[in-house]
Design a protein around this ligand. Sequence first.
Ligand code: NAD
Ligand code: LMR
Length: 327
Amino acid sequence: MVKVTVCGAAGGIGQPLSLLLKQSDLIDHLSLYDIVNTPGVAADLSHINTKAKVTGHVGAPSLEEAIKDSDVVVIPAGVPRKPGMTRDDLFKINAGIVRDLATAAAKFSPKAFMLIISNPVNSTVPIVAEVFKKHNVYDPKRIFGVTTLDIVRASTFVSSLIGAEAHSLRVPVVGGHSGVTILPLLSQVKGADKLSREQIEAVTNRIQFGGDEVVKAKDGLGSATLSMAYAGARFTFSVLDAIVKHKTVVEYSYVNLEADGEGAASIRAEVGDLEYFSPRVDIGPHGVAKIHPLGSLSSYEKQLLSAAIPELQGNIVKGASFVDTAH
Ligand code: NAD
Ligand code: LMR
């Protein structure tokens, strides 16, 4: 019995993400939790003739039942940005939401793979980790910040410039998930050597600030939801391949670098004291199996990395210290 719980399932991301997950043959039970509207979303999805049983749970008293014994918990709960806001501006509201959901997961699903979508991801992932530590169930191998949308955007934007197939072009994007912490490694992409320095800088900026493009276009009605649902489902399917089919899958994800004791040494030499970073990771049935080093960087990418590190450091400390001080 494979159970996947979506927390924030009635939201802009939650609904299309749940629809995509309902199509997976690897899920037996799709549990939908939100503080509003999940009975309706669950009733609607439950008429689709695919394998997963769908249940809807609304409000805090039903959180235990919703989340209990999950194999995977996906969290797209919380408020999205409006024009003019940074992701860090969401911390005030989303930090507490993520902490409370993580607390329920730590109590009732301590072995679940935790996939964190809620922003600011650079801080919400450390929050989940600290909550799990507090409950003595922490395993860094199973807590992931979902940065797949950056990978998806990068392959769309870069493929249109170099004339490659968007679907199969893999552009490494490492770092974190906000502005300058998003670090595309175009020097490692076959065919990108055709691009001029100006093109590289322009497309790098577009990948770093792709979220703002959508926030601006939605004009006060939120941020990316459909592309995020696609990216979130893609990452969840990969994780399910690892858990259920015992495959080793390769993804980019924002993780604690302790998750791979062996790999940490080489990536630490590249990123300094950062506890969290999104590198290329191998994920197996027990979670992170290997963290890959960044590899060779161009001088421009080295500059971007130096700009990303202090920003990430601040975001990480802010998240981790929230759990220490909050009641
Ligand atoms: P939304 O407002 O449409 O939906 C959020 C949902 O969360 C709502 O249904 C709301 O009722 C629910 N919610 C609020 N408090 C809750 C709680 N305590 N427990 C459970 N559910 C709760 O927002 P959205 O557009 O779906 O975005 C959700 C989050 O995802 C935002 O923080 C956004 O910034 C983030 N996001 C992240 C990425 C990424 O790449 N990681 C991409 C897009 C959006
Ligand atoms: C994105 O990258 O689209 C998300 O993080 C949402 C946002 O606030 O931009």
